[in-house]
Design a protein around this ligand. Structure first.
Ligand SMILES: [Zn+2]
Ligand SMILES: [Zn+2]
Length: 245
C-alpha cells in the first residue's frame, strides 16, 4: 500500500487499541493504559507447558524447570507457549476476537504469538489450528484459531494446513467444566484429515486461542501422534492461570 493510501485509511479509520478501542498511534497495538494491565508471559516459565513461575530457578536442567502439573503428569505435546494471562485485562479482547467480529486484531495477536513462539515456529514443518466443529463454525462464521494460524504462516513462511484435523464430534462448550470433565468432553472428538500432505515424521505447530487445562490440545496431539507425527508443539494466545491459594 502506498504511504498516501495508508494515510488516507488512517484518517478514515484511525487505528484503535485492540482492547479498549481508544484511538492509538500505531495499528494493531494496545493503548498505554491497556499495555500496562495486560500480563505478558515471559521467563521464568515451565519448560514444557509454559506456565509462568513467580520465582527464578537457577538451573539448565529441563526436569527442574517443570511446573508441578507437568512433573506429575507430563503432557503428550512437546511444549506450549502462550502470549498472555487470561484475566480481567485480556478477557474482553479475547472474547471479542472469538465472538465479536474483531478479526482486525489478527495481525496484532499473531505478531505477539510470533514473538512468544519464535523457537516453536522455527522448529515446525507445518502450522495448523485446533478445528471447530462445522456446526459451531457455521454459527460463528470463522475459526479464530485458524485466522491466527494462517497469519503466523504468512509471516513465518511455514506452510499452513487448514484442516489437518477435523472435529467430528460436536461437544458442549467447556465453560464451567472441571479438568476431568474437559478431558472426557473432548475425548475422541478429532480425526485426521490428511490426504494431500504427508505428516508422518513431521513437526506440527498447533494453534489455539485460549489454553485452559490443555485438554483440547492434548486430545489433538494424541490424534496427530497416532497418525505418525513426530512432535507437536502448541502456541496459544491467552492462558487461564489458577492462582495458588
Ligand atoms: Zn486500550
Ligand atoms: Zn508445566
Amino acid at each position: 500500500m502506498s504511504k498516501l493510501a495508508k494515510q488516507f485509511i488512517d484518517i478514515v479509520l484511525p487505528p484503535r487499541c485492540l482492547s479498549c478501542g481508544v484511538i492509538t498511534e500505531a495499528t494493531h497495538q494496545l493503548c498505554a493504559t491497556c499495555w500496562k494491565d495486560v500480563r505478558f508471559i515471559t521467563d521464568p516459565l515451565c519448560h514444557c507447558c509454559g506456565l509462568p513461575f513467580s520465582y527464578t530457578i537457577d538451573s539448565d536442567d529441563d526436569a527442574v524447570m517443570l511446573c508441578a502439573g507437568c512433573m506429575r503428569d507430563r503432557p503428550n505435546f512437546n511444549k506450549n507457549r502462550t502470549v498472555m494471562v487470561y484475566d480481567d485485562a485480556s478477557r474482553s479482547m479475547v472474547l471479542s476476537y472469538k465472538h465479536g467480529d474483531r478479526i482486525d486484531a489478527t495481525p496484532g495477536f499473531s505478531a505477539w504469538m510470533g514473538k512468544s513462539g519464535r523457537q516453536l515456529i522455527e522448529a515446525c514443518d507445518y502450522i495448523t489450528p485446533v478445528p471447530l466443529h462445522r456446526r459451531r463454525l457455521f454459527q460463528r462464521r470463522y475459526n479464530q484459531s485458524a485466522l491466527l494460524a494462517k497469519d503466523l504462516s504468512k509471516k513465518s513462511g511455514k506452510p499452513y494446513i487448514a484442516q489437518m484435523l477435523i472435529r467430528h464430534k460436536h461437544t458442549p462448550p467447556q465453560g464451567r467444566l472441571s479438568t476431568n470433565q474437559r478431558h472426557d468432553n473432548v475425548k475422541g472428538a478429532f480425526s485426521i484429515n490428511q490426504k494431500k500432505h504427508s505428516i508422518k515424521g513431521k513437526s506440527i505447530l498447533l494453534i489455539d486461542d485460549v489454553y485452559t487445562t490443555g485438554a483440547t490440545l492434548k486430545e489433538c496431539t494424541k490424534t496427530l501422534l497416532k497418525a505418525g507425527v513426530k512432535t507437536v508443539n502448541c502456541l496459544t494466545l491467552a492462558r487461564v492461570i489458577k492462582e495458588e491459594s
